[in-house]
Design a protein around this ligand. Structure first.
Ligand code: TNX
Length: 794
């Protein structure tokens, strides 16, 4: 496959149009289309000679990958004379489809009785969101039984086009037969507009991109501690007071000292704007699910109406991120307020689902409130979790009585789940599993795969993000149906969603960078059958798709040409490093002495063995003679156990399994900033216990380890480490131990266990985990996570 050639005669027009499109997205699309059409006609007028069709087979690169794609021979020629027809049953869709195609190609596409491009209603297409596209040299037919299916067929057609025409006013569409339908009914993306506010035009562009990738749910997170973003006519102070914060944290939350910008910040959507967004989304077959947070994340709301809190206040919309203790108090006037709010919300949003948040509600104020304690007694509620459950159940009754369904974050399971609730599982998959097992519907959105506010690369040049590490490939590897479920229970998994929390995303450009292309991967998870998913193939398609995103005005991240390293170890064969890029067709050159690689340096052919001592590997990518992407570096620290065989008593958690158990013995340290890389192994509620075979008895000076620590993310340094030795791998004798000292700063806690020359061939290392997170801390009551990167033996 070869990429579409972009540099062609007439590209200057395209460049100008591209600049225009980027600077004024909304209306210039139309202007650009008209201009391109005009230039097309002029060109046609001067020289009527038709350009020759490409001689190479085109790359068909559709995202999400369809159910079946059969490429044929030749091309359909789409020129200014090409006509369009749509089924009479779909007049609205016809108008919209023709407009999208005209915008995309800049060609006039006149309507005709029997158009060459046809949208055909066909009851034989059995899936309500399914479609077929058939391109022959004579015709392009899109068949579907519903307008939604036809719309998705249209999006596929758009992706069969190159990002820009390589042949003036003629676009060549490769002949192909596609048959397609989605895997899941719920294919969602979320956007937090509370932490940072995005105007309607940005929201519409976001929706355009979801539609282009066949996503069908937009979860609009409208309220939070830092701002209330939707006008409520009955409570005008929400827009006047709750929508504005005094100032905003700059830099990262964990910076010391914290700094603020001193600038008032805010904004909200009027009812008209909300209706406009809902209509715009509906035209693209996307349901907008509004989220109104309760009972936690309510500090902005109670700033405007302090009588809804348990204490008198005053409060102000939060100026920094986190979880705040001042929440809604479960008083009658609070329920009256929330019901009024929800009535206005339901009038604006036809969505069957209304999201009521339910996450991260500290119970401190409720514990201290006489009112709450009396209420709990009266209602027979044993603790504050049951009080939260009482809160959510009341709201659910109200929504159900109004013909709607409640969705909440997985905390709504605590204290008992409301009878008809749908659960959004974010803190892992346990919530989703528990909900599905008890017969509730679930949307999967676990942080470890679905949080696009996390870093997507561990390079220091990445823009500031909340933390974590969630590269494209990891997103892509997500399987929404947990193994623990039976087929029957699995039917409750409605689909998956990517979440975009915007604490560290203040601008539309950064939003684009954080979301795309990770949302392309998410779209494929929701749409494509698992047997049709393959990361290498996805990355290749993405290398064609990225220019398309760019032409649509999206500044997507591009890590496809970055050198990636995979350290192979743990099988007793020593340590080897594999170098590769996601995009095909790249050459990688490297050095092993720390010097900067050049095109004259060794060209990577096969995994590079790393032996004794310390090695600094540096590599970079060359394509067509020029460097592309980011290079990579890797520091190898040789030690006695590097590359030796290792056996773990408990496997690490699936989502934090590094590159396998061998990660602990590969001579490569994990990142000091991100625990999600290929080096850190994460254990939830389990001790780390490893047996290492050194191959022969040796005299050992000591063992050292490093642990990740990030209490806010439930990751704690362990209590102690014990080392024992053996000659036969059966009988182990205690050889040393140490207590972890977690005092001090930083994310990494080291420990050393001296062995003073003791002898042994087998080494057993046991790390005793922290245990249950103490009261008052984030995640209190849960088992802390344990993260280990390297077990250094000297
Ligand atoms: C947790 S996910 C939150 C949000 C934060 C997010 C940051 C969820 C239900 N609550 O309030 O923005 O982490 O990643």
């Amino acid at each position: 496959m070869k990429p579409w050639k972009l540099s062609v005669a007439g590209s200057s027009t395209v460049d100008i149009l591209f600049t225009l499109t980027k600077s004024l997205p909304d209306m210039t699309m139309k202007l650009a289309g008209a201009l391109a059409a005009l230039s097309g006609m002029l060109l046609l007028g001067c020289a009527a000679a038709e350009p020759p069709a490409p001689t190479e087979k085109a790359a068909i690169a559709i995202i999400p990958q369809p159910r079946s794609v059969e490429q044929g021979e030749g091309y359909f020629r789409w020129n200014p004379k090409t006509t369009f027809t749509a089924d009479a049953a779909w007049p609205e869709l016809a108008r919209q489809a023709a407009e999208q195609l005209r915008q995309q190609t800049g060609l006039p596409l006149p309507d005709a009785a029997d158009g060459a491009i046809a949208l055909i209603k066909d009851e034989a297409v059995d899936h309500a969101e399914g479609y077929q596209v058939e391109v022959t040299p004579e015709r392009i037919a899109i068949r579907a039984s519903t307008p939604a299916g036809a719309f998705y067929g249209l999006q596929t057609l758009v992706q069969l086009l190159p990002p820009q025409s390589a042949a003036g006013p003629t676009w060549f569409v490769p002949c192909v037969k596609i048959d397609d339908a989605p895997r899941f009914p719920y294919r969602g993306m979320h956007l937090d507009v509370a932490r940072h506010f995005f105007p309607v035009a940005v929201v519409k562009q976001y929706i355009d991109m979801l539609a282009a990738h066949k996503q069908n749910r937009f979860h609009w997170h409208l309220t939070d501690d830092q701002g209330w973003r939707i006008e409520i006519k009955k409570y005008p102070r929400l827009a006047e007071v709750a929508a504005y914060r005094r100032e905003t944290l700059i830099g990262h939350y964990s910076d010391e000292p914290q700094r603020f910008d001193g600038k008032r910040y805010g904004g909200h959507y009027t009812h008209d704007e909300v209706r406009e967004v809902v209509r715009y989304a509906a035209e693209r077959y996307i349901t907008v699910i509004p989220e109104i947070e309760m009972p936690g994340h309510a500090q902005a709301a109670i700033s405007a109406y302090p009588e809804l809190a348990c204490t008198p206040g005053p409060f102000e919309p939060a100026t920094k991120w986190g979880v705040f203790e001042d929440v809604f108090c479960p008083k009658e006037e609070t329920f009256a307020f929330l019901e009024d709010v929800l009535l206005e919300v339901m009038a604006l949003f036809p969505s069957e689902y209304i999201h009521i948040g339910g996450d991260e509600c500290p119970k401190t104020r409720w514990e201290q409130s006489d009112f709450c304690q009396q209420l709990m007694q009266r209602e027979g509620l044993r603790d504050e979790h049951e009080l939260q459950s009482y809160f959510i159940r009341r709201i659910e009754r109200f929504l159900n009585a109004n013909g709607r369904k409640l969705i909440g974050w997985d905390e709504i399971l605590e204290g008992g789940l409301a009878p008809n609730a749908t659960v959004m599982s974010w803190r892992g998959t346990e919530g989703g599993i528990a909900a599905a097992q008890s017969g509730h519907d679930v949307i999967m959105t676990p942080t470890s795969f679905c949080y696009f506010d996390y870093y997507q690369d561990d390079h220091p040049d990445e823009p500031l993000a909340i933390g974590g590490l969630l590269p494209l490939e990891k997103v892509y590897s997500y399987e929404p149906i947990p193994e623990a479920l039976t087929a029957e229970q699995a039917r409750h998994i409605l689909g998956a969603q990517g979440n975009v929390w915007t604490e560290y995303i203040p601008t539309p450009e950064k939003l684009q960078y954080m979301v795309w292309p990770r949302a392309c991967a998410m779209a494929e998870i929701g749409w494509t059958q698992p047997e049709r998913r393959n990361y290498a193939d996805f990355a290749t398609r993405l290398s064609y798709h990225l220019p398309r995103l760019r032409a649509w005005g999206i500044q997507a991240a591009n890590h496809l040409d970055n050198v990636k390293t995979e350290v192979l170890a743990g099988d007793g064969q020593g340590v080897r490093v594999r170098l590769f890029t996601d995009a095909p067709g790249n050459d990688i050159h490297y050095t092993l002495d720390g010097s900067a690689p050049t095109p004259a340096s060794a060209r990577y052919e096969q995994p590079i063995p790393l032996k004794e001592g310390n090695v600094t590997l540096k590599a970079f990518t060359v394509r067509d003679g020029a460097p592309v992407g980011r290079g990579a570096g890797l520091q190898f620290r040789g030690h006695k156990a590097a590359g030796k065989a290792i056996r773990l008593t408990h496997p690490p958690a699936k989502q934090y399994a590094g590159a396998g158990p061998g990660s602990a013995l590969n001579g490569v340290m994990g990142s000091d900033e991100r625990y999600g890389d290929a080096e850190w192994l994460g254990f939830e509620g389990l001790d780390f216990e490893a047996v290492v075979d050194l191959g022969e008895a040796q005299s050992l000076q000591g063992v050292s380890l490093r642990f990740y620590r990030s209490e806010g993310q439930w990751i704690y340094a362990p209590r102690s480490v014990e080392v024992s030795l053996s000659d036969d791998g059966q009988r182990f004798v205690a050889a040393g131990s140490a207590t972890v000292n977690a005092a001090g700063e930083g994310n990494v806690v080291p420990i050393a266990v001296p062995l003073a020359g003791k002898q042994g061939r087998y080494l057993k290392v046991k790390v005793n985990r922290y245990g249950v997170i103490p009261a008052g801390a984030q995640g209190a009551g849960h088992e802390a996570w344990l993260f280990v990167d390297e077990l250094v033996v000297e």
